[in-house]
Design a protein around this ligand. Sequence first.
Ligand code: C5P
Length: 321
Amino acid sequence: MKGTQVAQSLTLLAPAKLNLSLAILGKMDNGYHELLTLMQSVNLCDVLKFQFASASSVTHQVNLVVENDTTRSDFPLDDTNLIKKAANLFCKTLPVLPPTKIQIIISKNIPIGAGLAGGSSNAAATLLALNEYFGNPMTMFQLLDLGFQLGSDVPFCLIGGTSLGRGRGEKLSHVSFKTILYFVLVKPKDLFVSTAWAYDAFDRSQAGLPHTDLESHNQKLIAHLLNGEISEAAGLFNNDFEPEIFKHHAVLVKIKERLIELGCLSAHMTGSGPTIYGLTQNLNQAEKILASILQDHQLHVDCWLAQSLSYGAKVIENGKD
Ligand code: C5P
């Protein structure tokens, strides 16, 4: 371990993730599904503040508090929360760390059970925060490995930006492009989809598509993004979960159609849903479309503007003494 413990508090951003493409290639022997997916970080972010103090006890003490909403029954504060799981896994992996009190105050902005990888991003931020505080005892490679033990999306959330993911989504090839993408995100207020349920539903539906030339599909998509050809890229966005999840939740079809009607270049579900994102031409158009969705009282939805980010979870404030 390098250095001494100097940071007393760290504040991190934990950005949400969109799947610009998502193909399910099949079920693996371990029960997980093999994917080919282009993922994108966006600036809908949770903010996590970590306060560290040395503990008089023999073990670490991790305490989690929600700053902006204390009544969320869907956001447990016990050891089942991915933030606590990440902190506990980090400390267990490095038993030499001095016993420390870790208070984590989260401002939760990313909706839960929405397909936006909020929990995974929180876990990624936690691993980065603890690593920073303890003097970077782990390499990024080791953090990615720990992250993968916590969830399939955690490695992407550590790296962020734009990446093509293979395997469970953890084998990442980073893509770097300059164009900023502007999205409108729409989620039915009372609808949450469990990822495990969505994969089961996909399996039961036998929706295994005849995937022809997926690699070249994604390479074309990436080439369009690199060239700033946003409309062409939008035409290649896709998500294999859509047919099955849409069968169960017709409101999502309505949202998708509405986004296209309002002028989005394309509209798709992210991950296992239910959030639908529409890609727009620019910020101005995104703002107009957001306003129209907000005025539509028939749609009982939450919606957000979001733009692409070139990074994932990261430290934004370091309260060193
Ligand atoms: O990895 P994560 O904990 O996010 O996955 C949640 C659930 O989603 C898993 O328990 C599994 O049922 C399903 N899953 C899958 N294949 C993947 C990712 C997730 O079957 N590539």
